[in-house]
Design a protein around this ligand. Structure first.
Ligand SMILES: Cc1ncc(COP(=O)(O)O)c(C=O)c1O
Length: 388
């Protein structure tokens, strides 16, 4: 009998995938569940962007593009990053279009991380990073940010670097999935000053930048462009998850190497999607504004409602997640709590333990769903909490 298991590389076999999707699918089997599990915008793609995609298909723009992405799309993306965040990238040498930020993450970590390389990750964090470090046989160093309101402080970064002086990469994601926390200009500046003393490469996933409710989003690349690989994209800002458009921007020397890996993954990104992306970046600079206003209204509602239910939480400053502490009296870990809430109250939440150190004891609630669903979820949780 053929032994297929021995054909699989140990690093692949040992790579664990996030349980978020599995858990959500399992919950989806529960009839009448109100799901606050996934980070999937509940808005349609803006009309002018859809029309640009349709026109591209009808004009037979259906062939490969430059492997880095169409220059027009890269130029529009660079102009967007300039206009919105004051960043200066040369579209010819510093910007690559990817199949979503997911592909950007894969190509970047495959480029930067080899066996034993230390990668610093402030947690709780988006779990794909953890899996990619495993796949590349790097060594993940989690920095638990729970004691600091889910923000990485310069002091904690310095302490981590003292214990891991050979660390190669610092992963950042803000506004954060799962905590909704983000950094002010002075907080970024302070972190950048610590990083500038090192050879660290900062990989800064700012995919939620347009969904910032408190002040303006400030990019890490604004303070330390020479050490930053920036990710952005259209999935969240323009409700375009299915179009698969991400952007990598950074120093030409690094971007050139990352672009090689990306080229090997998929040659180029779907051409009509790239044309639509140029329209979104170029003429949809403010497309996120109405969605942001609606998410902010939901954030305010859910934040107040969860606190009234006895869940402590930091006020989310961006993205569309609330990270809330399970009240002590429940005496269940977060996975058991979410299972019970799903079965008994018929509300879907994600266990905080899915997001690494500092997440246990919490739940993540996504408010990328209608206000009616949020009202119903809160009503059910009120009944559930009253009975416990
Ligand atoms: C922090 C973070 N990065 C990246 C992604 C994936 O983005 P994309 O759809 O562009 O691949 C997500 C999706 O939820 C996310 O939360």
């Amino acid at each position: 009998m053929v032994n297929l298991a021995q054909a699989v590389q140990p690093n692949v076999r040992n790579t664990r995938l996030s349980d978020i999707y599995g858990f959500s699918e399992q919950l989806a089997q529960i009839p009448d569940l109100v799901s606050l599990t996934l980070g999937e915008p509940d808005f349609p793609t803006p009309e002018h962007v859809k029309q640009a995609g349709i026109a591209a298909i009808m004009a037979d723009q259906s062939h490969y593009t430059e492997t880095w992405g169409r220059l027009a799309t890269r130029t529009a993306a660079a102009a967007f990053l300039h206009e919105r965040y004051g960043l200066d990238y040369d579209p010819a040498t510093q910007v690559v279009i990817t199949n979503g930020v997911t592909e950007a993450m894969y190509a970047t970590l495959a480029t930067l991380v080899g066996p034993g390389d230390e990668v610093l990750l402030p947690t709780p964090a988006f779990p794909v990073y953890d899996s990619l470090v495993e796949l590349n046989e790097g060594h993940l160093v989690e920095i638990n940010t729970e004691p600091d309101g889910f923000l990485l402080t310069p002091a904690r970064l310095q302490a981590t670097l003292a214990a891991h002086p050979r660390a190669k990469v610092l992963l950042l994601n803000f506004p954060s999935n799962p905590t909704g926390r983000s950094y002010s200009a002075s907080q970024i500046d302070a972190l950048a000053q610590v990083v500038a003393q090192t050879d660290l490469v900062v990989v800064s996933d700012e995919i939620y930048s347009e969904l910032t409710y408190t002040g303006r989003h400030v990019s890490f690349a604004k303070y330390l462009p020479e050490q930053t690989i920036l990710f952005n994209g259209l999935s969240k800002s323009h409700a375009m998850t299915g179009w698969r458009i991400g952007v990598i921007a950074g120093p030409a020397a690094l971007v050139t190497e990352i672009a090689k890996v990306r080229e090997l993954m998929s040659t180029s990104v779907m051409t009509a999607a790239q044309v639509a992306a140029a329209e979104a970046f170029g003429n949809g600079m403010n497309d996120a504004a109405p969605m942001r206003a609606e998410y902010e209204r939901r954030r305010d509602y859910l934040y107040t409602a969860f606190q009234a239910l006895g869940f402590q939480c930091e006020k989310p400053q961006g993205a569309f997640y609330l990270f809330a502490k399970i009240p002590d009296r429940f005496d269940l870990d977060s996975a058991a709590f979410c299972q019970d809430v799903a079965e008994t109250a018929k509300v879907g939440l994600i266990p905080g333990s899915s997001f690494g150190a500092g997440g246990e004891g919490y739940v993540r609630a996504s408010y990328a769903t209608s206000m009616a669903n949020l009202h119903e979820a809160v009503r059910r949780l009120q009944t559930y909490c009253a009975n416990h």
